[in-house]
Every structure is written in structure tokens, then in C-alpha cells.
Design a protein around this ligand. Structure first.
Ligand code: AMP
Length: 191
């Protein structure tokens, strides 16, 4: 199985790259942001709680996210070739939980970290905000999301780096350029 954790700041292009990888390698794409937005859309009580956090750029608590991932792993199709984790883990607590959940299933994952300059991600998110309809694509919330990314999510990259399970790429240029770098890594690790 080819399991990839795609890490990068909000607006770095994780969703776009995940779609490209999923298509080329036949993998399942798990976007935790999409799952949470679907819960909000359902109008459930849980969705309302999540909405209050997401619209301010804050993270959903770890125990809720870990539970969601466990359920996802338990309901994977039997012919699953691998998973792209897009937006998870976002904290070291989530990374530790994921490692355990994968170990129990004889699975492993590698991290690909996409570096994009802060000015560039702000530009991309404001552009996306014109059409995305996302409550969190506005300047104030973007600032908060970037702060959380630096303070809470960046240490997750260190976690994978220390475990020698980490690749970094430059995501500042075109979508095609970023994908070419990811593709090279995936070809290498499959050998
Ligand atoms: P994304 O679509 O990945 O940008 O996620 C949108 C928002 O969903 C984030 O800003 C968080 O509020 C929430 N979210 C997504 N994934 C996670 C996660 N792994 N842990 C906590 N909150 C999350």
C-alpha cells in the first residue's frame, strides 16, 4: 500500500495535488476538511460545533479527529491501494494516534511536505475566497490558520523527519511543477 501524508500550509495546494496523485496512482483521497464541511452541511449538532471552530480558523479537537480517522480506516474498501491523507495529522497528538492506528493494520505512511511562501499562500487563499464560499477564506481567518500551521502543525513535519519518513518539495511554482516533484518521490519510494 502507498500511504501518503500531504503536508503544507493552508493554500499550498494540498487538495489539488491530492486529486492528481489519487488519479495517477489509484489511491483513496481523504480530505479531513471536506469531511468536516460535509458534517457542517448536514446541519447536525456536531456540525454546528465544528462550524464554530472552522469559521474562526481553529482546529477541531484531536480526539474527534482521531475517532474520524479510525472509522475511516475501518471502512476502507478491501481493494484499497493506498490513502492520501490531506489535512491530517495536523498536531503531534494526531500524528502519534495515526502511527498507532496504522501499525495495528500493518500499514505505514510517508510525509511529503510542500513549502510555499507565506505571501503566496495568502494570495492563493484570497483568490480562492472569491468563489469557494468557504467561511474561512478571508484575511482575518487566513492569518489565524497560518499561525496555527506554524505553531501546531509544523512540529508534525519534525516528527516525520526524525523518523526518516519525510520528503520536502517546493510548491511555489505551477501545479504541474509541484506534481512533477511529488511524482518523482512516489516513483522512487515504490522501487
Ligand atoms: P482544510 O480544508 O484542510 O483547509 O481544513 C479546513 C479546516 O478544517 C481547518 O482550518 C480546521 O479548522 C479543520 N480541520 C481539518 N483537518 C483537521 C485536523 N486534522 N485537525 C483539526 N482540525 C482540522
Amino acid at each position: 500500500m502507498l500511504n501518503i501524508i500531504l503536508c503544507g500550509a493552508p493554500g499550498s495546494g494540498k487538495g489539488t495535488q491530492s486529486d492528481l496523485i489519487a488519479k495517477k496512482y489509484g489511491l483513496q483521497h481523504l480530505s479531513t476538511g471536506d469531511v468536516l464541511r460535509a458534517e457542517i452541511k448536514s446541519g447536525s449538532e456536531l456540525g454546528k460545533e465544528i462550524d464554530a471552530l472552522i469559521s474562526k480558523g481553529n482546529l477541531v479537537p484531536d480526539h474527534k479527529m482521531n475517532h474520524l480517522i479510525e472509522h475511516y480506516l475501518d471502512t476502507l474498501p478491501a481493494d484499497c491501494k493506498g490513502i492520501i491523507f490531506d489535512g491530517f495529522p495536523r498536531t503531534v497528538v494526531q500524528a502519534e494516534a495515526l502511527e498507532l492506528l496504522l501499525e495495528r493494520r500493518n500499514m505505514k505512511a510517508v510525509m511529503i511536505d510542500m513549502f510555499v511562501e507565506e505571501d503566496e499562500v495568502i494570495k492563493r487563499l484570497l483568490e480562492r475566497g472569491r468563489t469557494s464560499g468557504r467561511a474561512d477564506d478571508n484575511f482575518e481567518t487566513i492569518k489565524q490558520r497560518l499561525k496555527i500551521y506554524q505553531d501546531v502543525t509544523k512540529p508534525v513535519c519534525q516528527y516525520y523527519l526524525k523518523k526518516h519518513n519525510y520528503f520536502a518539495i517546493n510548491g511555489n511554482n505551477t501545479m504541474e511543477d509541484t506534481f512533477a516533484q511529488i511524482d518523482t518521490i512516489l516513483q522512487l519510494i515504490q522501487k
